[in-house]
Structure formats: C-alpha cells, structure tokens
Ligand binder design. Structure first.
Ligand code: S3P
Length: 784
C-alpha cells in the first residue's frame, strides 16, 4: 500500500510540474455540503479568492442557505443535493462524520442519473478518514477515482455559518489521503484548492491519520469531557466548580465543544481511540503507582521529561533553537564605544557542560553539576539524555542533579534526538549511541544538518558500527542501528585522525567505553582534552602517551561533583575587546585555562597584548585563573599552526584583533574553520570588508592587513577607529555575531549585525554583559 502511494507521488510530482506550468485549472462549480464553520469558511475562501466559476451549497438548515445566497456567497443552494449538484466538478462534504454515508448515497444517485460526471472530485473535511473510505466502499462498491479524503486541521471557538472566516485555513495544515485508486488530477486539483486558500497540504495514509488524531485531538477531548463529568458528579460539585482554578479551566475548555460532534467522532474512530485510551490507562496507572510508592526520582523524571518534551517538540517542529522564540530573528544595533572596564564572570564552559551531562548520565550514582552553561547547545544534550530516560533535575542557576543510569541504563528515545545547532552534541552522542543495544536517529537544525558527519561515522564503522549519514553529502540526520540488531559489540580500533578534532577524538573514545578491547586515537596536534580529564575524574582509566589516547572497554563511571569553569572561548570576546581599546582594563574571573584551550592567550601575547593571570587554582579537574587584560598596541603576526587547534573557536574574534594590529596577520592551517557553524573564513572576510578591512582569503586561512597606525611621535595608537560602520550578516553563527560586536570598540560608525539569535547557543546574556562593561549594544528582536 505504502509503495503504491509513493510511486504515485513521484508521478504526481512530475504531473504537478506540468500543471503549474500551464495555468492551473479553476473549478467550474464547487458544491459544499454543510455550511457549518468549516464548510462556510471554505465556501467564503473559494468565493473571495475566485477559485470556482460557480459556488453552490447544500444544508438542511434553510436559513443558512438563504442568508448565504443573500450575502452573494452562493450562486444557488438547497436542502436537497439533487437540486443544485448538477455540473459540479468538486463536492466538499462538510457534515458530521455519521452523516457522510447518506451524502455519498445522494452523490451516487446523482452520478447514476447523469447529473454528475463519474470522475467528479469528492472530498470531505472530517476528522476521521478510515470510516469515510469504508463508507465510500460500501456505497460505490469500489472507490471512485475522484475520491480524495481530506482533513483541514483548523477550527475556532465558535461554530456555525456565522462564525465563518475566509482566512480560517491560512497557515494551517490540511492532511489529504492520496488513495492508490484516486486519479492524479483529482489529487492535484484538491491540493491546489487548499493551497490557494493559504493552507499547507501534507499527504498521510488514512490509518495513520486516524491514529495520530486519536492521540492528539480525540483523546484530549474525551478526557476533558470525562473530567468535567467526574467533578460534576460529586455531591459538593458546586464547591468544586466555584473554587476550580485556572488549571481546570484550561483543561476543560475543549469540553465546551459540540457533544453531538464528539459523540460521532468517538464512534467513527472507535478502534484508534480505544487503543489510545488503553495506552493512556497504562500511563495513568504508572503515575498512580509512583505516587503510592513515593518514588520521587521516577516521578520527577516523568514530570521533567514531559515538561521538557512539550517545549522540545515545539522547537523540533519549527527547527529552531530552544530559548525564547520571540527572539527568533534578532539583530544587534551597536553604537561605537571606546573603552571597557570592570570585573566580570563569564558563563560556564560549553564543552565541559556537554560532557558533564553525558558522563553524569552514564555514571552510577548521582552527579551534581555547578556552573552548567544554560545555552541552547548544552540544553540539546541535556534534552537528549532526558529523552533516553535519564532523570536530570534543573538547570537551576547553573546547578544540575543527574541521576546516572549506569553504562547499560540508557533507554531508546521514542523520537529522533534533536541536537539543535550543536555539532558537539551530535558528534559525541553518535559515539555513545553506536554502542547502545537500541536504534537511534540524530537530527539537528538546518545549519547542523549541513555539517560533515562522516568524520565520525567512517571511523565508527571501522569499529563495527552501523551508522548512516542520511543527509545529502555525509550529513545528518544520522541513523544508527543498535547492537542488539547487529548482534555483537563494537570492536576496539586504532584511528589516526586526519584533523585535530576534539569532537572526533571524544566520539571514538566514548564508543570505546563499550567496545571489546582497546580503542586508540592518534591526533595530529593537541586538541582539547576535556573528555579524557572527565573520564579520569569519573574513575575510568585513560592512557595518554603524547598524542595517542586509549581507553579499554568494559569499565564503569562513578558519579561525582563537577564544577564547570567559565568558558575561555566566551571570555575571548572580552579579552579582545579590552586588548583593542585604549585605557581598557578588564578582569575575567575563574576562567578555564586548560592548556589545550589557551591558544587565544598565546596568540594575543604574540601580538603583544597585555594579559596577566592571577588566582590560579583547579576546579573539578580543570585549571582556572582570573585573567586581566589591558588595552595595548597590537602587532600583526604569523600565527603558529600548532596553536590553531588550541584556539579553533577564537579565530573570528582574533581576526578583529588582527584588524586593529599594526601590520599583517597571516593565518594558515585552519581549513577546519570552513566547516564550523558557518564557513568562518569566508563569512569573517565578508564582514571585515564591509567594515573597510583589506583581507585575502586563502584555502586554509586568511591574511589581514591590520589598520593599527602610529601617532606622530612614532608610537602605535590604539584609540583611532579602524573599522567603518555597516551592516553585517552573521549567517546565524554565534561567534561571528559576537566578534563583530567587539569591532564596535574601534568603529567610526554604527554597526548592525543580523541573525544574532544564535548567540544563545553558547553565550546567553552576552549583550547585557557587554553593555555592563561599557559597550552599547541594543538587541532588536522580531518574530520570524
Ligand atoms: C569542541 C571541539 C571543537 C570546537 C567545538 C567544541 C568540543 O570542534 O570547535 O566548539 O567540545 O569537543 P572540533 O572537534 O570539530 O574542532
């Protein structure tokens, strides 16, 4: 059945092309049967948009027909189909589900006596579909070629003819059932009609439609009616309703809808509703038992998962990030300022936050995390583990409590795991999931789904993983087959990494935890080592011999406390801000200075920045220090290639520093920048040129002609603007947006930056903090 639908769809695609090339056909006469809210709204939309030469309707309620004719909506109408249907090329049945069969009988009679062509398109708007098809089979014997069952997912608080609105379907979905028996022309014409009234049309098989609707619409209505009935049957029902608060009002709102309609729907979709109800009963019993058992962890887990899932699905469907949806399209308007000063704390490290969730979830016992970065990327990892059954309390002001499930405790997620914009989540998780007994699918937003994933998929395959990058060119969604299906565990392997990527290294080491034997990763250059450090902190042995890192499968992780230090990659924006502006002095407290991350400090020092570290200590196995930076005269340099992986995320803002330096800065060996959240070489070059900086793009880097000047006495001068003003497009890359914000400290005019909503992926609160130290960023948010 599915095959037939698909192959038909292909030919429909071709057919659609030819139909759109020609002028799309309008209808000669549409006949709407039933002038309730949906039927009358569709009639009005057809009329207003001129989609049919004639419009007629049938309704048992004579006054509605009379009014509709008086309003000029209809050319003709009657309470009997046979009076008006002759010559119609589309009939839309908009009557209650239980009345559809009788209407079909009338339609058949009209066909039999020649009033209607046998290929006339017959559609409906009912919220169940299998019963419509069954009714048509029993009336016509075999399904007519014009039958296209449909269901607009639209409604309103009020019902009836007077509540009609021509715009009711705009931006709503219409599900249509493309039956194998239906002619392609009929499907195309019906699609065209719904799209012409503003709806988006999707095809679905009838059984699937009925099951989905049973769960998402019919069951909630049934429960609402039932709860009101339950409360009403109490002796003290007056008090019950008198003191009912918002929760009851919200829950019972849909029980105000038409009982007759719901009565009909419940019978029409009997089997799907009964199975949804049975499933609901199981869940209700589970919850009941958790309360009786006082199982606080499991109850918190269930409630937390449900709350997060509600938000998560909303974002997943919209393919947008997690935080404030009102900020879906945001821009910065920045007025130049000259100096920054103060002592500030930067949010937690993104890389360590991801790993705290992953290892905390896989550990035995409880892990308390402090300083967790509540940015969208780390929240995507958190949600993924919740989806796999891990109870995680928080985040509450950077604090999390993770109830570890142990190495074998993850459960399959019921839906694809959504990684948002986060490459780290997707790559590290693919290593963990490749080793699990169950199948998984990993997907992300539009940008993440364009980033290379074969760099992890290929070496995982060499360990025996069954993993498919199902996107266009080695990209996500990733489909991973569980070990239970494959039949044996992953095998330890030795992998010589072509690029120094901490994500690839971490992915393979994590897969190695479940592999038979030893997994060794050899990196060409040092890359961040948070995975190695945290594994050790959780009691898992890791062997590091120079650039060879090995783990042996079969060990355990033990939960503990993790304090996440401030993220040096976020601190980098303010380090450069202070370094390029005269008279600045900024202290950033307790920033992570893991030597695999301090490339930014080394490079800025080579550029003669004034940077000093104090209060050096260790937090949760990671070195931290207060970093103080003062404005100074920077000079251009050739950036040593071995520092590239140690500053990989900091180059966008280092390019801003290089633009302010005296002389040329040359970056080579940084091809990786082309496959980050954007092509950071191309995108930065574009923005720098917009602001008047001369730069040359090379295959693996960038050459920047610094604009630092000397004053008359021969000293370099760091107060003159080097950038003009202009409009920057961040290509939705958080680090590009923040880097150009920093440029405003040496700009002559206003800078606007478009697409800054992704700043929330790594640095929520960036603009507020920047303004706190003396910058002047105005955030403009618009609903996308
Ligand atoms: C990260 C590694 C780096 C970095 C990313 C975070 C990590 O990516 O750019 O922001 O947490 O392991 P690559 O491994 O692709 O260089």
């Amino acid at each position: 059945m599915r095959k037939a639908v698909n192959s038909q769809k292909d030919s429909q695609q071709n057919n659609k092309k030819s139909l759109t090339n020609m002028q799309m056909p309008r209808f000669k006469q549409v006949c709407v049967i039933g002038l309730g809210l949906i039927g009358a709204s569709l009639a009005q939309a057809i009329k207003d948009n001129g989609l049919s030469e004639r419009l007629v309707a049938v309704d048992r309620h004579a006054p509605s027909i009379e009014e509709a004719i008086q309003h000029g909506l209809l050319d003709a109408g009657s309470s009997a189909l046979s009076d008006v249907v002759a010559g119609s090329d589309l009939i839309v049945i908009a009557v209650p589900v239980q009345a559809v069969q009788a209407v079909l009988v009338d339609i058949k009679t009209a066909m039999d006596n020649g009033q209607l062509a046998t290929d006339c398109i017959i559609s409906d708007v009912c919220s169940t579909k299998v019963n419509i098809i069954d009714a048509a089979k029993s009336v016509f014997g075999s399904l007519p070629t014009g039958l296209v069952p449909a269901h607009p997912i639209a409604g309103a608080e009020n019902s009836g003819y007077h509540a009609r609105r021509a715009t009711l379907f705009a931006n709503h979905s219409v599900i249509i059932c493309e039956l194998p028996t239906t002619s392609i022309v009929a499907i195309d014409k019906l699609r065209w009609l719904w799209e012409a009234v503003g709806a988006s049309v999707m095809a679905m098989e009838a059984e699937h439609h009925d099951s989905i609707l049973a769960h998402t619409s019919h069951l909630p209505h049934l429960l609402a009616f039932n709860l009101v009935e339950q409360l009403a049957s109490h002796d003290d029902n007056l008090d019950m309703f008198r003191y009912a608060a918002g929760g009851f009002r919200d829950f019972s709102r849909i029980a105000a809808s038409d009982p007759k309609m719901w009565h009909d729907i419940f019978f029409a979709n009997e089997s799907a509703i009964v199975s949804a109800l049975d499933e609901y009963g199981v869940y209700l019993q589970t919850m009941r038992q958790l309360i009786i058992d006082k199982d606080s962890t499991a109850l918190m887990g269930l409630l937390g998962r449900a709350q997060a899932a509600r938000r998560h699905f909303g974002h997943m469907l919209a393919s947008t990030p997690y935080t404030d949806t009102s900020a879906m399209s945001a821009s910065y308007n920045i007025t130049p300022s000259n100096t920054v000063s103060g002592t500030i704390t930067i949010p937690g490290d993104k890389s360590i936050s991801h790993r705290s969730i992953m290892l905390g979830s896989l550990a035995t016992g409880i892990t308390h995390v402090t300083g967790f970065l509540e940015g969208e990327d780390a929240l995507a990892t958190l949600q993924a583990f919740r989806d796999m059954g891990v109870t995680i309390e928080g985040p509450d002001n950077g604090k999390l409590t993770i109830h570890g499930v142990g190495m074998n405790g993850l459960k399959p997620s019921k839906t694809p795991l959504y990684m948002g914009n986060s490459g780290t989540s997707m790559r590290l998780l693919s290593g963990i999931l490749a080793a699990q007994p169950f199948d998984s699918v990993l997907t992300g937003d539009t940008s993440l789904n364009k980033r290379p994933m074969e760099r992890v998929a290929a070496p995982l395959r060499a360990m025996g993983a069954v993993i498919q990058s199902t996107g266009h060119s080695g990209t996500a969604p990733l489909s991973i087959t569980g070990r239970d299906t494959v039949g044996k565990p992953l095998q330890g392997a030795e992998y010589d990494m072509p690029v120094a990527s901490a994500q690839v290294k971490s992915c393979l080491l994590l897969a190695g935890l479940w592999s038979e034997g030893t997994t060794t990763v050899i990196q060409p250059e040092v890359s961040r080592d948070h995975t190695e450090r945290m594994l050790s902190a959780f009691g898992y042995p890791v062997t590091v011999e120079g650039n060879r890192i090995s783990v042996t499968g079969g060990g355990q992780l033990t939960g503990g406390d993790i304090a996440v230090p401030a993220d040096i990659s976020s601190a980098a924006f303010f380090m450069v801000a202070a370094a390029i502006s005269q008279g600045s002095e900024l202290t950033l407290t307790q920033v992570g200075i893991n030597p695999t991350r301090t490339g930014i400090i080394d490079i800025l020092k080579l550029m003669q920045a004034d940077i000093s570290l104090s209060n050096e200590t260790h937090v949760g196995g990671e070195p931290v220090a207060d970093i103080t930076i003062r404005g100074s005269n920077l000079v251009g340099i050739e950036i040593p290639e071995h520092l590239v992986p140690l500053a990989i995320d900091e180059f966008p803002v280092l390019f801003i520093a290089a633009s302010c330096a005296k002389g040329r800065t040359v970056l080579t060996g940084a091809k990786e920048l082309r496959v980050k959240e954007s092509d950071r070489i191309a995108v930065m070059a574009e923005g720098l040129r917009t602001l008047g900086i001369d730069c040359t793009v090379t295959e693996d880097g960038l050459i920047i002609e610094g604009q630092g000047t000397e004053s008359e006495n021969g000293e370099v001068n760091n107060s003159q603007p080097v950038f003009g003003g202009g409009h920057i497009i961040s290509h939705h890359d958080h680090r590009i947006a923040m880097s150009f914000a920093v440029a405003s400290l040496r700009a002559s005019e206003q800078i606007t930056i478009e697409g800054v909503e992704t700043v929330n992926t790594s640095f929520p609160g960036f603009a507020e903090l920047a303004n706190h130290i003396g910058m002047s960023i105005q955030v403009d948010s618009t609903n996308a």
